[in-house]
Design a protein around this ligand. Structure first.
Ligand SMILES: NC(=O)c1ccc[n+]([C@@H]2O[C@H](COP(=O)([O-])OP(=O)(O)OC[C@H]3O[C@@H](n4cnc5c(N)ncnc54)[C@H](OP(=O)(O)O)[C@@H]3O)[C@@H](O)[C@H]2O)c1
Length: 323
């Protein structure tokens, strides 16, 4: 549940009824997962951050389509609870937990190694895990934490799993971004905290812009492999994503909660990119929360910026040394 950070408290009060109306009007998507017959028997999918919110609903949907569904979560307790819930609701016994902290490159490497060792295929990778409202902090690996969790960890994860995705083609990478990418800015110094994007929630918008740039460059590099990569906005969704915000911000958003998309409704655009016939073969694009192709911001379409970000990310994750 998030709204542009530029709105300061007095404006909130005036805008609340208008926002509520707008949110209510955009709750429904033009594409309905339940009407999509895609069956994933024999396929394997990974959903990061699958123990709550949008990720759990996506994992639930994919498990219902009979996929071997790997929930990539950082907490064993929360992850296992989601596994039990999804198994019980879908009757799919092939729902499993693997531990992953996307904010730690070491954890990403350990997770990817286990997947490459133990899984014979990977058909869909959903990079959903994300966080907002964290204070500026540098991790033990020298990365700024919000950038590590939302962008650099998923960048490394995807790259480490690319060979398995290619061997399983046609396969799909789905990156959960946000409409907030349009107010983001990109500077590779943000990744290590050398430079700061501004107020603390500006970091979130920047990571979501990086998700779209990463998707475009990845798709360019994947041309001809049968693996597609797309980014999407889930819309404004009532989940726990605001939990690190101040109590006043949470209280104000609490008033809007009844008008927002439910987590299930918010999962539609991710599921659309992951399984729909309509999205098959489409790559390097951005879908809005109604599952329609949309033009991302001008910065998100800057191919030179995407290349520069990719190269800096390769250096920071040690990918260039590997090859
Ligand atoms: N809700 C919205 O309005 C909205 C709008 C636009 C985009 N999005 C995007 O949608 C995605 C899902 O968010 P949500 O709204 O469903 O929020 P959520 O309920 O808070 O879910 C976020 C998930 O990401 C996981 N996660 C956070 N940090 C992680 C880490 N370091 N390693 C592994 N997993 C981690 C969380 O696990 P824990 O339980 O362990 O924290 C949780 O399962 C995010 O990428 C978010 O940016 C949401």
């Amino acid at each position: 549940m998030e709204l542009p950070g530029a709105l300061s408290p007095p404006w909130w009060l005036l805008l609340l009824p208008l926002l509520a109306l707008l949110l209510w009007a955009t709750r429904r998507s033009s594409w309905e997962p339940r009407e999509c017959p895609a069956d994933l028997t024999g396929k394997t999918v990974i959903v990061t951050g699958a123990n709550s919110g949008i990720g759990k609903c996506v994992a639930m949907d994919l498990a219902r389509r009979n996929a071997r569904t790997i929930l990539a979560c950082r907490s064993r307790e929360r992850g296992q609870a989601a596994v039990e819930e999804i198994r019980a609701a879908t009757g799919n016994p092939a729902v499993v937990l693997r531990l992953l902290d996307t904010g730690s490159l070491a954890s990403v490497r350990a997770f990817a190694s286990a997947v490459l060792r133990e899984e014979s295929r990977l058909d869909v990778l959903v990079n959903n895990a994300g966080i907002t409202g964290l204070p500026f902090a540098i991790t033990s690996e020298g990365l700024e934490q919000t950038f590590a969790i939302n962008y650099l960890g998923p960048f490394l994860l995807t790259n480490l799993l690319l060979d398995l995705l290619k061997a399983s083609a046609p396969a799909r990478v789905v990156n959960v971004s946000s409409f907030r990418h349009s107010v983001g800015t990109v500077d590779t110094g943000f990744l290590t905290g050398q430079r700061r994007p501004g107020r603390y929630d500006a970091a979130y918008s920047s990571t979501k812009l990086m998700n779209v740039l990463f998707t475009a460059e990845l798709a360019r590099r994947l041309q001809g492999t049968g693996v597609t990569a797309n980014a999407l906005s889930p819309g404004v969704v009532s989940t726990g994503i605001m939990r690190h915000f101040s109590w006043t911000a949470r209280a104000l958003f609490g008033l809007l909660r009844p008008f927002m998309k439910s987590a299930e409704q918010g999962a539609a655009s991710t599921i659309f990119c992951a399984v729909s016939e309509e999205a098959a073969g489409i790559s390097g694009k951005y879908f809005d929360s109604s599952c329609r192709l949309a033009l991302p911001s001008a910065a998100a379409r800057d191919a030179a910026l995407a290349r520069k970000l990719w190269e800096a990310s390769e250096r920071l994750t040690g990918l260039t040394e590997r090859e």
